[in-house]
Design a protein around this ligand. Sequence first.
Ligand SMILES: [Zn+2]
Length: 301
Amino acid sequence: MKTVKEREPSLELKVLRLLNPRMNLPDDQYYMNLEKGYAGELKLDVWLEGLRNDCLVVNDLLLKHKGKIFQIDSLVIFQRMIHLFDSKYHKGDFYLDDNKWKTIVADEITSPLPQLERCESLLSQLLRQRLNMNLPIEAYLVFTHPEFTLYHASPELPAIFPTQFNSFMKKMNNLGSKLDRSHEKLAEQLVALHLHESPNTQWPEYDFGQLKKGVVCSECSSFMIEKGRIWICAACGQKENSQSAILRSIREFKILFPRERITTPTIIEWCKVEGDRKKVYRTLTKHFKKVGSKSASYYID
Ligand SMILES: [Zn+2]
């Protein structure tokens, strides 16, 4: 098995993670759902690490075909077929009632099947019409939460439940598979077609003045306390030296404000440096390139 494209959090999730400690998110639930979704995808990755035969894994693809955008959590390319996996991180007991998905307390949830079918259909069209590839696709929902149960599910449902992870993995590893250049080319073409930013991306409006300032702990996202040459997290005990804490905060600033100039006063305010302010200047000159002079100077990568 070879991973052609690794997974990373979407820009949307990265931004919300950075905003969360610094402001009240208007839709906390939306953010929590993104975190849960991502946690489930990481479980899918761990499971796919069990692949032993000749295959290519392409993660986290955002593709567009005929004006329609679709997202794929993981694709596994074997010699004679492609597996498409859509991770679902639902927790608890659910049941199927005439194709409706409900929780045990009878709340209806959106059925994940139509989305899977849409994905499969668009991918298959894209492969045939644009990449001239005719490999059959098998698409599955993968329920990655260990405490998930679905009652009344038909064996025909294209789903893999936590209790089936081992047997399904064995089945995949028993597929005879010998890849050639055409498979690698296919994976490369799919990665090249990947859209980096989803048009559905949504995050709240924010500006520099409104966000809470300070250095946020990399472990638990609480604000850290400046103590001489280090920052300490009162919540989890994490310690970090000035340079690394400031540098990390600058990187965070850049994600949140990609068009803003990085200047010494901005970063002093952003990190809420109250002790020796020269450490900000030292970090900036060491890791960035200075542009301009005196009070008008700013820093770029
Ligand atoms: Zn902490």
